[in-house]
Design a protein around this ligand. Structure first.
Ligand SMILES: C[S@@+](CC[C@H](N)C(=O)[O-])C[C@H]1O[C@@H](n2cnc3c(N)ncnc32)[C@H](O)[C@@H]1O
Length: 299
């Protein structure tokens, strides 16, 4: 740990966070975890950012905790051939701390460091981890500038649904930094959701919500697997070991919340009715997200 020379005191920084009125929600990967959830006026991302959670908050987070347990199962499969013991592990993009929870509970005798530029992620990950937060180092920083970490330091870097949220013009710089701080033969493990997958009714509902989201926000389409592989190929410093499809897209209990978030974004009656109809159907049959993929790379 002494090799990292900028480490934020977790507890004190947490206090600082709650004095700030920041409520960032990231929507770059709509299929994914950290899109906002309704929970009345608050999104689940906002609730998690509180300094502490009361009973009502915890009840509002029930669906998110279901989602979390699916993610943990997936991460167990992803790391079944890579040892997490006695390692230095970097979690790229703390987000709501799902990957952190997996690492803290499964990487024995390891140094686990998580980095995010959003300071409220510290509260989020603390609410996910509880007392186990003491087994984690949180650093507030931009992933494209990790000068405070020396070369060849980490054995494993995990990007759990983070790559698709990094600005396009920063991605190569982030890859450069991750490559620099990994030991030779160190692993970069990228997890993302891509493509259509199983186009059943639950998936169609999610795709329709995504289309509405793009219609409202005019946001570009998400990063596709082919594009990411092209970028990684062009970057060329990592050896591409394996690209593996993990599933056809899981049913995600938090996508209903995304639909409620969309309702808040528009006053257009026709759109609102469409969204309400989707919510009604989704309540019955569920919402399916994009297929999950893992990409294993080595320095
Ligand atoms: C989808 S979330 C990651 C989910 C998280 N890994 C988990 O398991 O819960 C993406 C996170 O990446 C962070 N992020 C995106 N670009 C970043 C950058 N350039 N520097 C630091 N953090 C960044 C965002 O702030 C966001 O919290």
């Amino acid at each position: 740990m002494s090799n990292l020379y900028l480490i934020i005191n977790k507890r004190d920084y947490g206090k600082l966070c709650v004095t700030q009125n920041i409520s960032l929600i990231f929507f770059s990967n709509l299929n994914r975890l950290n899109f906002g959830a309704r929970c009345m006026e608050e999104t689940f991302y906002q609730i998690l950012a509180k300094a502490s959670l009361d009973k009502i908050d915890k009840r509002k987070l029930e669906k998110m905790f279901k989602r979390l347990s699916q993610e943990i199962d997936l991460l167990k499969t992803i790391f079944n051939k890579i040892s997490l013991e006695n390692k230095r592990i970097l979690d790229i993009g703390t987000g709501q701390g799902f990957a952190c929870k997996f690492l803290v509970e499964n990487a024995r005798n390891s140094l686990i460091v998580t980095i995010d530029r959003d300071p409220l992620c510290l509260n989020r990950v603390r609410n996910i981890l509880g007392d186990k937060i003491n087994n984690l180092v949180f650093i507030k920083a931009d992933l494209s500038a990790l000068l405070f970490i020396k070369n060849n330091f980490f054995d494993i870097a995990l990007a759990h649904y983070t790559i698709s949220t990094i600005e396009k013009d920063k991605l190569i710089r982030v890859l450069e930094e991750v490559h620099r701080i990994l030991v030779p033969n160190g692993w970069l493990v990228i997890i993302e959701g891509f493509g259509i997958g199983k186009k059943d009714h639950p998936r169609e509902l999610t795709l329709e919500l995504e289309e509405i989201y793009r219609e409202i926000t005019k946001e570009e389409k998400e990063l596709e697997l082919e594009n990411l592989l092209l970028i990684l190929n062009k970057f060329s410093k990592f050896k591409l070991i394996e690209v593996k499809k993990l599933n056809d897209g899981l049913l995600d209990p938090t996508i209903e919340d995304f639909a409620y978030y969309l309702l808040k974004l528009t006053n257009d009656t026709e759109l609102r009715n469409r969204i309400k109809e989707i919510i009604k159907k989704g309540r019955r049959i569920g919402f399916r997200e994009a297929p999950d993929y893992v990409i294993y790379l080595q320095k």
